[in-house]
Design a protein around this ligand. Structure first.
Ligand code: PLP
Length: 462
């Protein structure tokens, strides 16, 4: 295949052959693809030579930013020396062992045991299997019901998509399964119980208790949360929410699984968002920032008691769970290098820049189209409305966030459009103050341009 294909030919090949993840297949045939060619720092260049500030760090994963030679060199050296080694059957290689130890060292509490996956979905799926194995090992095989939170996202394997609560991942796929249940989200901006933090926390605790009572405590195996619900539009719980949910699970003898696929590795400030409330989950899932997107990898962190219980339950038998590419040595060296970058200043910079980003975006709250600005650290979202007092959403058919995405792209900024007129930010932690200011300025320009859009004006109050 000629790699110097003219861009039009590439677009045509894409239409004909490349099935894009989480995209409208039909819409894609009509719209075509935007092709990225290269990147450095927080800036990406597309096939037309246009430079864009990546306000979403790829898919909230390139936390370290693009173009770090130390990472590239480490991966190349590992590929030359030992491109692959299995972790099956008591085999191993150096990098994943070192990485597991480094991660355990930094993990909250006794999350001392690391199982490597290829990304976030199979990390979540692995926990679903480990939870079942755990309760079997404890002689309570009837504990087989799982609870997660409305508007949550836990990946798109069959089982994980059932814990996810976004319609596009359910409709037509036959999930959720009958062992997967939900409680309402804490979604502060549109919570039927109001936005008072104590009331919202009490309502979530009550909802969890009620769901457990309905299913029978002896049947409930695990409860899944994201410290911040990412894919439904960066829904930040009130302070104290995650601790209250963790404590309730401990009291009810339910495993508590924190899905830190987005929030891990400095995205909200600390290494893991769980640290902000000093909680220790029974298991924790990570991916994305683990390798900063330079190569695929996820990790499940298992606490001492979960690990020991499974080990004892299995006895001399193999615990039959793993993937050919679990603990891939190239991804492991990448993760080790990325960790050095994070701790060599990027986490610190991310905290400063996160503060700047939140303040900058909060300054857009008065804009006539902006209903809510929310986030923590280098993770944020803006929710658009047509009437600020009534919080009226922009009619779905106007696809407000997608319009914003298109305009932002034309203005040299990549953001993420979510359904329901929400768009999000998750810039690389390496951003400079000027880059953060540019993200905010361009967002303001794009909001102003959207305000001039006749179709949007027509639905705007006043
Ligand atoms: N869990 C959460 C909280 C996520 O946000 C994601 C992806 O965005 C996943 C799981 C799935 O991860 P992946 O896309 O790497 O499979």
């Amino acid at each position: 295949m000629n790699t110097q294909l003219h861009s039009n030919a590439l677009h045509e090949l894409d239409r004909q052959h490349f099935v894009h993840p989480v995209s409208s297949w039909q819409g894609h045939e009509a719209r075509g693809v935007r092709i990225l060619k290269s990147a450095k720092g927080a800036t990406v260049t597309d096939s037309e030579g246009r430079q864009l500030l990546d306000g979403f760090a790829g898919l909230w994963c390139v936390n370290a930013g693009y173009g770090h030679e130390s990472v590239v060199e480490a991966a190349a050296e590992q590929m030359r020396r030992l491109p692959y080694a299995t972790g099956y059957f008591d085999l191993g290689s150096e990098a994943p062992i070192k990485l597991a130890a480094e991660l355990a060292d930094r993990a909250p509490g006794d999350l001392n045991h690391i199982f490597f996956t290829l990304g976030g979905s199979d990390a979540v799926d692995s926990t679903i299997r480990f939870v079942r194995y755990y309760w079997h090992s404890k002689g309570q095989p009837n504990k087989d019901q799982y609870i997660s939170v409305e508007q949550g996202y836990h990946g798109s394997t069959s089982a994980g998509a059932g814990l996810t609560a976004l319609p596009a991942f359910h409709d037509g796929f036959g999930v959720p399964f009958n062992w997967q249940h939900k409680i309402p989200s804490h979604y502060l901006y549109r919570n039927p119980v109001g936005s008072d933090p104590a009331t919202v926390i009490a309502a979530s605790v009550a909802a969890l208790r009620a769901k457990v009572a309905e299913l029978g405590q002896e049947r409930v195996a695990a409860f899944y949360v994201e410290p911040i619900q990412g894919s439904s539009g960066v829904l930040v719980p009130p302070k104290g929410w995650i601790k209250a949910m963790r404590d309730t699970c401990a009291e009810l003898d339910i495993l508590f699984i924190a899905d830190e696929v987005i929030t891990g590795f400095g995205r909200t400030g600390p290494m893991f968002a769980c640290e902000e409330e000093g909680i220790v989950p029974d298991m924790m899932t990570t991916a994305k920032g683990l390798t900063s997107g330079y190569s695929p990898m996820g990790a499940v962190f298992l606490s001492d008691h979960v690990y020991q219980t499974i080990a004892e339950g299995a006895g001399p038998k193999a615990v039959g769970h793993g993937f050919t590419y679990s603990a891939h040595p190239v991804s492991a060296v990448v993760a080790l290098e990325v960790l050095k970058l994070y701790e060599g200043g990027l986490f610190e910079n991310g905290i400063k820049m996160g503060d700047r980003l939140q303040k900058g975006l909060a300054g857009l709250s008065d804009h006539p189209l902006v209903g809510d600005v929310r986030g923590r650290g280098m993770l944020a979202a803006i929710e658009l409305v047509t009437d600020k007092d009534k919080k009226t959403p922009v009619p779905a058919e106007l696809q407000a966030a997608t319009r914003l995405f298109d305009r932002a792209w034309d203005n040299g900024l990549i953001i993420r459009a979510f359904p329901q007129g929400v768009f999000g930010f998750a810039p690389p932690l390496c951003c400079t103050a000027d880059e953060i200011d540019a993200i905010v300025d361009r967002t303001k320009q794009v909001l102003d341009l959207t305000l001039e859009d006749p179709e949007i004006r027509a639905v705007l109050r006043g």
